[in-house]
Design a protein around this ligand. Structure first.
Ligand code: C2O
Ligand code: CU
Ligand code: CU
Length: 498
C-alpha cells in the first residue's frame, strides 16, 4: 500500500545535493543535476527542491471487541516511492514502508493482532509504553515468519507520542532501516482544551525523520549498516518521503517530531531561528510550554512542538551541526513548511498543560549505575539473553546514573518513564525536563535520572535497557532487568530458562 494522495508528481527536478551521488548519476538529463553533482554530500539539500507532499501515516481504526480495541498489524515487504517516481523495496506494517498510526487513551484496553508476513523473524516492540514485559516485544518475543502474536494490555499512562518497531537481537538496525516503524499516540482531550492543535494531518502532524542512503534508482542502499555507529544516510526521509514539504493551513501547527534514524543525532531548528513552544517530551506533556529555538533529539527520542506561521511564509525545519563525531557533523534540511495565503485561526497554547508530576526519589534512594565501555559493554558486559542483569521492585522510583567516557551513545530503558535530573551535575534545559524514556549521553557525560518503574511484577520476563543506536544494540550494548514484587528481589533467579 502506498499512502494515498501523497505523490506530488513524478520526477521533480533533483537539485538535492543531499541525494546520493549515484541517485544523481542516473538522473542525468533532469535539469539542475549538473550543478548538484559539483556539490558534495555534506551540503544541505536545496530548500527549493523540497516539493514532495509530506505523506501522513493513516490512522488505524480498531475493531471493538467487548471493552477492547483490537488493532491488526502485519509486517510485510513491498515497494514504495521514497522519491516520487522511483521504486524502493521496503518493509512496513500494513504497507511497504513505516506503518499506520495507532491511537488510544489512558484506561483503554488494547490488543494487537500481529502477523509476521516477512521471510525473517521479527519482534514488535512498543517504545515508551508501560505494559507487562511479556508483551513488550523485546528480543525474547520473537515471531517467526507466518506466525502471529497478540499482545494485550491496558493503557496506564498519560498522553504521549510513542512508537513501535522491531527489536530482534542482531537484526533491529536492518529491519528499522528498511522501514519497520510506526506511531502509537496516547490521546487526551485536555491537551486540545489547552490549545494544542489536534486535528490529525491538518494541524497535528507526525514527523518521522530518518536518514537514508538511496541508490541510483531510488532504492534503499544497505551498505554501511555495520559501520562503527551503524548506517548514516545523506538523504532525509520524512514519513517515508525524501525532499518533503508540508502545506500549512492554520496559524499554529503541532509537530510530533520522532528521530527514527538508526543513529544520527538531530539538532532541530528552523532556518530563521524562530521560536517555538515545546509541549511534550518522549513519554508525555510538560506542565507548561517551554519556548525554545533549538532542541536536540538523539535517535529514539520524541519531542512535540507548536510553531506559529504567518500567511505565505516558508520555513525549513533543519538539523544544525553538532560535536558528536559523525553523528551530527552534517547540516541537513529536513522538511519545508509552506503556509497558505490565508490561515485558519489557531488558539494560543495555555500557560498550564496537563503534564504528569515528576517522580519523587525516596531518601535515601536506590542508586543504580550504568557505565558504558569501549567494547559495546554496559557495566563491563555485553547482552546475554539468559542473564538477568538487574532486579528491581515493581512500581519503585530509583536513581540511575549513566556514565559515558567513550564515544557518543544514548540510553533507553523499557518499562519505565524517567526525568533527567542532571547532565554533568547541571540541570538540563527546560525543554528536556519532561517525561522521557531515552536520553543522549554524549562522550564524557554523566546523566542522573529519576526513574519511575512500571507497576508490573514478573520475575521471568525481562525489560531491556540499551544504547538506542541500532548498530550498538544489535552488537550487544544492552542489558536486561525484571521488576518483581517488592521484597522478593533477593530470591529472583538471575538465569532465564530458555
Ligand atoms: Cu526503541 Cu529497546 O527500543
Ligand atoms: Cu523501547
Ligand atoms: Cu551507542
Amino acid at each position: 500500500m502506498i499512502w494515498s494522495a501523497d505523490v506530488s508528481g513524478a520526477l521533480e527536478p533533483l537539485h538535492a545535493r543531499q541525494i546520493s551521488r549515484r541517485a544523481l548519476l542516473t538522473a542525468v538529463g533532469v535539469s539542475g543535476v549538473g550543478l548538484a553533482l559539483a556539490g558534495c554530500t555534506t551540503q544541505p539539500a536545496d530548500p527549493d527542491s523540497f516539493v514532495n507532499a509530506l505523506p501522513i501515516p493513516p490512522e488505524l481504526s480498531p475493531r471493538v471487541d467487548g471493552d477492547t480495541l483490537v488493532f491488526t498489524l502485519s509486517a510485510q515487504a513491498g515497494t514504495t516511492e521514497l522519491i516520487p517516481g522511483q521504486t524502493a523495496n521496503g518493509f512496513g506494517y500494513n504497507g511497504a514502508y513505516l506503518g499506520p498510526t495507532l491511537r488510544a487513551r489512558q484506561g483503554d484496553r488494547v490488543r494487537v493482532e500481529f502477523t509476521n508476513a516477512l521471510d525473517e523473524v521479527t519482534t514488535l516492540h512498543w517504545h515508551g509504553m508501560l505494559l507487562p514485559a511479556k508483551y513488550d516485544g523485546g528480543p525474547h518475543q520473537t515471531v517467526e515468519p507466518g506466525n502471529t502474536w497478540n499482545p494485550e494490555w491496558e493503557i496506564v499512562q498519560p498522553a504521549a507520542t510513542l512508537w513501535y518497531h522491531p527489536h530482534v537481537m542482531g537484526q533491529t538496525a536492518e529491519q528499522v532501516y528498511r522501514g519497520l516503524g510506526g506511531l502509537f499516540l496516547i490521546d487526551d482531550a485536555a491537551l486540545t482544551e489547552a490549545g494544542v492543535p489536534s486535528t490529525y494531518g491538518v494541524d497535528d502532524i507526525p514527523v518521522i525523520m530518518q536518514d537514508r542512503n538511496l541508490t541510483g534508482s531510488g532504492d534503499l542502499d544497505l551498505a554501511g549498516l555495520n559501520a562503527t555507529y551503524g548506517i548514516l544516510g545523506d538523504t532525509m526521509v520524512v514519513n517515508g518521503r525524501a525532499l518533503a514539504a508540508l502545506d500549512v493551513t492554520t496559524e499554529a501547527v503541532h509537530l510530533r517530531l520522532l528521530n527514527a534514524c538508526n543513529a544520527r543525532i538531530l539538532h532541530l531548528e528552523f532556518d530563521d531561528q524562530r521560536e517555538f513552544q515545546v509541549i511534550a517530551t518522549d513519554t508525555g506533556a510538560l506542565s507548561a510550554p517551554v519556548t525554545a529555538n533549538t532542541v536536540t533529539l538523539s535517535n529514539g527520542e520524541r519531542i512535540e512542538i507548536v510553531v506559529r506561521m504567518s500567511a505565505d511564509e516558508q520555513i525549513m525545519l533543519r538539523s544544525a551541526k553538532g560535536t558528536n563525531d559523525v553523528l551530527d557533523n552534517q547540516e541537513m534540511n529536513i522538511l519545508r513548511l509552506r503556509a497558505a495565503s490565508s490561515l485558519a485561526t489557531s488558539p494560543e497554547v495555555a500557560q498550564t498543560l496537563p503534564g504528569s508530576a515528576a517522580p519523587v526519589l525516596p531518601s535515601p534512594p536506590t542508586v543504580r549505575d550504568f557505565q558504558f565501555g569501549n567494547d559495546m559493554s554496559i557495566n563491563g558486559v555485553m547482552m546475554d539473553m539468559s542473564r538477568i542483569d538487574e532486579v528491581m521492585a515493581a512500581g519503585a522510583v530509583e536513581e540511575w546514573r549513566v556514565t559515558n567516557t567513550v564515544m557518543p551513545h544514548n540510553f533507553h530503558a523499557h518499562g519505565c518513564s524517567f526525568r533527567v535530573l542532571e547532565i554533568n551535575g547541571k540541570q538540563p534545559p527546560a525543554w528536556q525536563q519532561g517525561p522521557k524514556d531515552t536520553v543522549l549521553v554524549a562522550q564524557g557525560t554523566s546523566v542522573r535520572l529519576a526513574v519511575q518503574l512500571v507497576d508490573e511484577a514478573d520475575a521471568e520476563h525481562p525489560y531491556m535497557y540499551h544504547c538506542h543506536m541500532l548498530r550498538h544494540e544489535d552488537e550487544g550494548m544492552m542489558g536486561q532487568f525484571v521488576t518483581v514484587e517488592p521484597g522478593t528481589e533477593a530470591s529472583v533467579n538471575r538465569t532465564l530458562r530458555s
